[in-house]
Ligand binder design. Structure first.
Ligand code: TXA
Ligand code: MG
Length: 344
């Protein structure tokens, strides 16, 4: 398949992308969390193309994207009080609400569930694209299944050139991890996947919030998680990732020792560190001073490791703040839960 690479985000280009959606095509587009691969949410044949292009298991439901809060009722049949409050405070923004679905949303979108994920992205490119399409856009992240989500146009191109009808090359995703998924169908909001809207944010607006138990532990073969995507091995680069967690100085010292040992054995090593104490390794990525900054570069860093043929990579996890949960959730998975704890 020939993929149309759309370099501009002017009205004409986005109208062309919207036209492709209307005609049953699939289009990758930027959002503030990660790039998505979208299709008309009402078009079953188009949705099938998404699953095929990504190699995605069909029991993993898609999020439906809309341009404005006014359209929530088109997708969801009930909008509970907590949903209204979260929309009022944070939409458009990096979160997805799990709501009871409208019958018009096909089963293939929700993998047969009675609920649907609804998201209003902050990215103006994303919203202009959805408006141009004139329909809700069902979209998973725009990566090949199992690979880190794309946070730059070049990542989406690397994974989907030849597999999507078009790719809109927009801005880098500044949040860098996928949206916070919040189940608001019950009394207390439950975070199924942590992200840029934090537990503290939700508590501030709704008075309470819980975090689903699978967020940091992974899901056993025999379990059915509330968020089906949680059971898949995600975000896995070819490089073997180890998380080194604890105090800033202790983790830096430990990583330095581990890298030195690997290098003695001829292993190509890379690090993603918070502290800037340089030492010899093959790829050094420095990310700054908060988990938010780490989130913004994390998926790109995992891709960089692979591009540079890194065999073993160490990620320093030493900061405590509201975005810690979102970063750990992705990191632990990419490391296959290989975590070394050192002291504070
Ligand atoms: O930030 C994001 O959410 C990005 C951008 C493109 O918007 N999208 C994204 O989609 O991350 P995806 O398909 O990679 O992840 C969607 C997750 C999956 O883990 C899926 O299981 C969960 O959302 N999900 C979708 N519908 C659900 C539902 N009705 N109930 C529970 N979980 C649901
Ligand atoms: Mg994904």
């Amino acid at each position: 398949m020939k993929t149309l690479i759309i370099e501009k985000q002017d009205e004409k280009s986005l109208m062309a992308a919207g036209e492709i959606i209307k005609n049953g095509g699939i289009v990758a587009f930027p959002t503030e969390t990660v790039y998505g691969l979208g299709a008309n949410a009402y078009d079953e044949a188009a949705i099938k193309k998404i699953y095929k292009a990504k190699g995605r298991p069909s029991d993993n439901p898609l999020i439906v994207h809309i341009a404005s809060a006014e359209d929530v009722g088109k997708v969801a049949r009930e909008i509970p009080e907590n949903a209204k409050k979260l929309i009022e405070r944070f939409a458009p923004g990096p979160f997805t609400l799990i709501l009871k679905k409208q019958p018009s949303i096909p089963d293939i979108v929700t993998a047969g569930l009675d609920t649907v994920g609804v998201r209003i992205p902050k990215s103006t490119t994303a919203r202009a694209f959805i408006e141009a399409a004139g329909v809700p856009i069902a979209a998973p992240s725009a990566n090949i299944s199992g690979k880190p989500s794309p946070t730059k146009a070049e990542h989406a191109i690397a994974d989907l050139d030849g597999r999507a009808d078009a790719i809109i090359c927009g801005e880098n995703s500044d949040i860098g991890v996928e949206s916070t998924i919040i189940d608001v169908t019950g009394e207390i909001p439950v975070i199924l996947r942590p992200g840029g809207i934090t537990k503290e944010d939700i508590v501030e607006v709704c008075g309470a919030a819980e975090v689903s138990k699978n967020v940091l532990t992974g899901v056993k073969e025999t379990e059915t998680p509330r968020c089906p995507g949680m059971k898949y091995k995600h975000y896995s680069p070819d490089a073997e990732i180890t998380v080194v967690e604890g105090g800033r100085a202790q983790t830096a010292k430990k990583i330095k020792e581990l890298v030195a040992k690997d290098r003695e054995n001829g292993i190509k090593t890379g690090v993603l560190m918070a502290s800037s104490n340089q030492f010899e390794n093959d790829l050094y990525i420095f990310e700054g001073n908060s988990n938010g900054e780490l989130a913004a570069v994390l998926f790109g860093a995992l891709r960089e490791f692979d591009k540079n043929g890194i065999e073993k990579a160490y990620v320093q996890m030493c900061m405590k703040d509201e975005m810690e949960l979102a970063v750990k959730n992705r990191l632990y998975k990419s490391a296959g839960h290989k975590i070394i704890y050192v002291g504070e």
